[in-house]
Design a protein. Structure first.
Length: 278
């Protein structure tokens, strides 16, 4: 449970840093690239520089899955930008959070993890709360849009890949998996910067460093949490608890106001968290 709590704290800090950086950084990939540099350095440090490419059973699977996951990470960033432009931030946020359906589906269908009935109720309550907190007056009904479907799929796969490695990969190569994931994401991000001829300054570098540290620990602690608890508990708890922490930070630190629907949604999430952990 400790690893899950640390994953939630780290993931929340990532969002808080990104929120704070909006006033100071440029709208480019510079901060993200520096973030991945820090993640790669930390992953290499925890892996051990002599163990970057060990001759161990399963290293090929870890390298391949890590490379795929790195692509998914960066594609997710591009999908977020595209969907905000085409469909608005509200629908984009909803479908990102609904990505936990993909994570649960992977755990239930492929790894035969079956949630108890009370946990199913908790999951349903989570989804209802997420939708309630994101819909505002005047929003039209959700229709099928390819971009929204892809962001749902991508969001779920990002965390689902961790579960796949935990189940099918060599557990001794968890650090290498993160290293390869962040390494590929970094290479692709640098490629985007070069292709678009983007520039970035010291503020981008500074916030990139602040972003990279919790970003690495978020992924690292999530992997460890999956070794401790069932994925049907880890993924919904991780998703909704992060929402609660970020919302409370926005209320207390950034002085944001919550609507009545958001307060009700917060209460639903807290009840759901209890049900998921019974």
């Amino acid at each position: 449970m400790l690893n899950l709590l640390l994953a939630i704290a780290s993931s929340s800090l990532v969002s808080i840093v990104m929120r704070t950086s909006e006033k100071y950084t440029k709208d480019n990939h510079g901060m993200l690239a520096v973030n991945y540099v820090i993640c790669v350095i930390m992953a290499a440090f925890y892996t051990g520089f002599e163990n970057l490419f060990p001759k161990t059973e399963g290293i090929g699977f870890t390298l391949g899955l890590g490379a795929i996951t790195g692509v998914i990470y960066l594609v997710g960033l591009l999908l977020v930008k595209l969907n905000i432009q085409k469909n608005g931030v509200v629908l984009t946020a909803i479908f990102q959070k609904l990505g936990l359906l993909v994570q649960l589906l992977i755990s239930i269908v492929f790894f035969k993890e079956q949630p108890a009935m009370i946990q199913v109720i908790g999951i349903i309550l989570c989804l209802a709360a997420v939708i309630l907190m994101n819909f505002e007056k005047g929003q039209t009904a959700i229709g099928f849009k390819l971009g929204l479907f892809l962001i749902l799929l991508n969001s779920g796969l990002c965390d689902g890949m961790s579960k796949i490695h935990e189940e099918l990969g060599n557990p001794m190569l968890a650090d290498q998996f993160l290293l390869y994931t962040f390494g590929v994401a970094l290479i692709l991000c640098v490629g985007l910067i070069i292709a678009k001829k983007e520039s970035f300054g010291w503020k981008d570098i500074g916030f990139g460093i602040l972003l990279g540290v919790p970003n690495y620990f978020s992924a690292s602690f999530l992997l460890k949490a999956l070794n401790d608890l069932a994925a049907v508990i880890v993924f919904p708890t991780f998703s909704v608890a992060t929402v609660v922490v970020i919302s409370m930070t926005g209320l207390l630190v950034f002085k944001e106001r919550l609507s009545k629907k958001q307060w009700i949604g917060m209460g639903m999430i807290l009840i759901a968290l209890v049900l998921l952990n019974v």
